[in-house]
Design a protein around this ligand. Sequence first.
Ligand SMILES: Cc1cc2nc3c(=O)[nH]c(=O)nc-3n(C[C@H](O)[C@H](O)[C@H](O)COP(=O)(O)O)c2cc1C
Ligand code: SF4
Length: 559
Amino acid sequence: MTLHLTNPTPTDQALIEEWRDQDAPLLGVLHAFHDRDGYLSESALRAIAKGLRQPLADLFGTVTFYHHFAREQGGLQQPRVCTGPVCSLHGAEQLLNNLDDRGATSMPCAGRCDEPIPVLIGHEQWVGDATGRLSRKPTPLPPVNPGAIEECIFAFIRQPWRNTLAGYRVTGGYEGLTRAVTQMQPVDVIEHIRTSRLTGRGGAGYPTGLKWKAVAEAAGSPKTIVCNADEGEPGCFKDRAVLDYDPFAVIEGMTIAAYATGATRGFLYLRYEYPETLASVQAAIDDAYAANLLGERILGTDFNFELSIRRGAGAYICGEEGSLLNSLEGKHPFPRNRPPFPVTHGFEDLPTVVNNVETLAAAAQIMRHEPEWYIGLGRGDHAGTKVISLSGDVQRPGNYEVPFGLPLRTLIYEWAGGPLPGRKLQAVTMAGISGGFLSAQQVESATIDEPSIRSYGSMLGAAGMIVFDDSRNMVAVARNAMEFFAHESCGKCFPCRIGTQRLAERLDGQGPQEWDLWLEEVNDLSTTMKAVSACGLGMAAPLVVESLLKHFPEQVKGK
Ligand SMILES: Cc1cc2nc3c(=O)[nH]c(=O)nc-3n(C[C@H](O)[C@H](O)[C@H](O)COP(=O)(O)O)c2cc1C
Ligand code: SF4
């Protein structure tokens, strides 16, 4: 994928020609025009619609669905300020007001909760504060390992030059792929991953080996591997760290998945808000091609795999795999009805693996070892590790790789230093914000694994956790979360489209003023949304309100 920042101004025709014959061309061509002109003009949309033979009205609807495609001249250069749940605690609204004269707009969580407040200007990443002062984004430090545990994902991430091909190879990089393609049959690779008990790290936790097996056995070709790097869940920023520090691990994981399943093409779907990651992952892909680790006859075998990046344009729902596939195909990015599932009817209705960044990076490591090694990294009956993005009112926010089964208390109080001085922990969100809140008391007994977190009525999901101390108004926190869901609901089904709006309004003091009536209405909305929403967004959103009511009824009554 080319960022048209330095080209001498390619013509409409040249931009369309560059993309027209490629798979999944629409996002690429839209970004090419957007980068060239600084916005998507009416004439650009007409040219694209004609060039890709898409109805203009459809194209217009699709383009305006995404948050980051500017439709006014100069829009690309106007600041976008993160107003996600953590940045709101740090004065994001004030920053937004202070940048008003520059045409600043808000953006949902930008995936940099460990370094608030992120501001995007064009393709540059800045950091702002409530006073309106901006500075260039600092280079983040690599994740730390305060528990000195044996890691999988972060095992080599602190090694110098790990993000270069030479550095990656020094620390075991490509041993897994080499072993797979030169010593193992695809079916054995799948069995290896299945035996390791690796499950998806994007939220749903589906067994990776079973997903690969289903694609390998499905009829139809070409098959596709999609790396889901959309990471739009507020409070989640782990995939960015993996891609920034260890891009080859993800590329290697995708290539192993392709070998195992018989796929010949792949896309890494990267969220818009990570422009620096886009440049570095593209450089890594180019280097992998140059070293015959992608492309034709990989490592001298007859295995071929073509990989390219598609840049998202700002829409949380595009992390949901059906939406993502529709987005890739240039369609309106609504979730798809399931079944059928992507393993048989994915990209272009053909068998497709959709895996999260962390899942694929783990697969690359697991292929260097025996499956038992990975299982043994977990505690008790739990296999493996999980990267947790921890942010909010905690002394040392950041990404931490933990063994499954680690006490939640150990992570928050011992590894991350606990709440800020003089403060007490009030609540912690799970699954970004989709899992609602655990109370301070629950943090004392929960362990970091799906069964434990679910036993408290929540879910671990992709494992973003936001800490709130006793200075925070939890109703305001919940309202911010619900406004996010209302904003990001794709609108395909009405329980979610209307329910998220109504719940956000109820948390804002609107609706019945009598407590019993208010409660009845909120419970009614939540029950309906959970029962009949078409995808995980609408099913999960009520957890925020339910857990708020469960743990902080007095704050809700006094709202
Ligand atoms: C609303 C919604 C948002 C999602 N966002 C992401 C995301 O940003 N990244 C991701 O990997 N999975 C996300 N998922 C889960 C994906 O649909 C899918 O399960 C996952 O990418 C599969 O990869 P895995 O098996 O490796 O976890 C989301 C699901 C829902 C319902
Ligand atoms: S639940 Fe919400 S996000 Fe999901 S399909 Fe329905 S409207 Fe769209």
